[in-house]
Write a protein that binds this ligand. Structure first.
Ligand code: PNS
Length: 169
């Protein structure tokens, strides 16, 4: 059948990109909120070969898949390249980013403008839950490495993985 009636409804897609080394409750808050606004949320673990991670990309993906499974509309994968190319290949018109504080804004604005100039993709900023406004994967790793309690900052599965990794290394 031809005509507009036969057209599949277009799924509204967005991407939440990041390093996710490892995923924190702050990331999860943004992903969960994006999953209520969009039909499909793509979580893109962007590969940065110049950055040595605590977790491999496969481990990060595995943790992300497990902690986002309950949302039902989140797809997790890795990507090596420009975020705008990830978006182009999957027909994703929007990037969703959390803003923790004004200090995030400068760099996030630059990236948003660069990405929009490169391909027209839009960036939507979501203010983080104030509970997580100080939270980053780097701080979680540092505090955990020195034996500090991060159990309120990451999902239980991630806490387990952190304890195991830091005990072994
Ligand atoms: O979790 P992070 O490390 O703060 O995430 C930064 C990330 C991965 C989203 C950003 O560095 C990125 O988009 N990298 C992909 C490469 C790219 O598109 N660079 C140009 C950005 S304007």
């Amino acid at each position: 059948m031809n005509g507009p009636e036969s057209e599949e409804p277009q799924l509204r897609r967005a991407v939440c990109p990041g390093s996710f080394d490892p995923v924190t409750n702050g990331h999860l808050d943004i992903i969960a909120r994006a999953s209520k606004l969009y039909d499909v949320v793509h979580v893109a673990v962007m590969i940065n070969q110049s950055k040595q991670g605590l977790f491999t990309v496969e481990e990060r993906i595995d943790l992300l898949r497990q902690v986002t499974a309950e949302y039902g509309n989140v797809e997790v994968e890795s990507f090596h390249g420009l975020l705008v190319d990830f978006c182009k290949q999957r027909d994703i018109p929007a990037i969703v980013k959390g803003l923790r504080a004004v200090s995030d804004f400068d760099y996030e604005l630059q990236m948003a403008q660069m990405n929009n100039g490169l391909s027209g993709v839009e960036t939507l900023f979501v203010p983080t839950n104030p509970t997580y406004s100080f939270l980053s994967s780097s701080l979680v790793k540092e505090v955990a490495a020195w034996g500090g309690d991060v159990s309120h900052l990451v999902p239980p599965l991630v806490l387990e993985a952190l304890n195991e990794r830091l005990r072994r290394d």
